[in-house]
Design a binder for this molecule. Structure first.
Ligand code: NDP
Length: 240
């Protein structure tokens, strides 16, 4: 897809990979709707990017948020070409310390909101005969390790959903893919660090958000009959 003047909705745009993706797609000429909870961050990023950049502050844990996001995008731009479902939270714990209060928010943000947004935006895009949905997974979806059962399990479920959505949209003009980052230094490890655990980005030289944004943009810029369905981006020191 040629990015110039295309409308892209990016969730989790107030930080990390989402903010880097916003900058990258805007450099390609896309018009943006930035979505997250922290309005001040979204406002300052929209000002920094300039051009035709709008923002919407909402909590994706609310089941009504994906519909509100679509309605807002249609109100602002009339149509949506690209959806990047990037917002996510990371909580890791051995079962003995797992805080069960963290379970529902993780399911709501990392899985349910992505499914709801994918379904709603897919219907809109299919009606137009064009579009691109990018869901952000994690290499954790394929790693079986203590402490990662909920996070990795939800990303694995998201990968299955995303692959099936691509199959269901085959021939419709709507492309669907997933980008699975490895360790990338962002605020996602702050909760771990606040709990006195070492952040994963302290074990190895991590990637930068811009490196994942490049992969997301590459997926969006496929042309002709190409649908980049899966991209796994490992840090060079990751050895699993
Ligand atoms: P950050 O913590 O830097 O950013 C997360 C973003 O998600 C923020 O913009 C945050 O905005 C938003 N968000 C979180 N909860 C909500 C909510 N309830 N409603 C709306 N927005 C929300 O993380 P990353 O950039 O690292 O993560 C982006 C994606 O990449 C996630 O899906 C993550 O699982 C995935 N990933 C990251 C890896 C890494 O090593 N960093 C590795 C593998 C995958 P706000 O707080 O303003 O709402």
């Amino acid at each position: 897809m040629e990015l110039k003047d295309k409308v892209a909705v990016i969730t989790g745009a107030s930080a990390g990979i989402g903010a880097a993706t916003a900058r990258s797609l805007a450099q390609g000429g896309a018009r943006l709707l930035l979505v997250a909870r922290r309005e001040d961050r979204l406002q300052s990023l929209a000002q920094e990017i300039g051009g035709d950049t709008r923002f919407l502050a909402l909590d994706l844990a609310d089941p009504s948020a994906p519909q509100a996001m679509l309605d807002h995008a249609l109100g602002e731009f009339g149509a949506v070409d690209i959806l990047v479902n990037n917002a996510g939270i990371l909580r890791t714990s051995h079962y003995e310390e797992f805080d069960l209060a963290e379970l529902d928010p993780m399911i709501a943000v990392n899985y349910s909101a992505v499914v709801r947004a994918s379904v709603l935006f897919a219907r809109h895009m299919k009606a137009r005969g064009t579009g691109q949905i990018v869901n952000i997974s994690s290499i954790g979806a394929g790693i079986t390790a203590a402490g990662t059962g909920v996070y990795g399990g939800l990303k694995a479920a998201l990968e299955r959903f995303t692959d099936v959505l691509r199959i269901e949209l085959a021939g419709s003009g709507v492309c669907v893919g997933l980008v699975a980052p490895g360790t990338t230094t962002t605020e996602i490890f702050e909760d771990m660090k606040a709990k006195g655990q070492p952040g994963w980005d302290e074990y190895i030289p991590p990637m930068q958000p811009e490196e994942i944004a490049r992969a997301i943009r590459f997926m969006c810029e496929q042309t002709g009959n190409a649908n980049a369905a899966r991209m796994h981006i490992y840090a060079t020191s990751e050895s699993f």
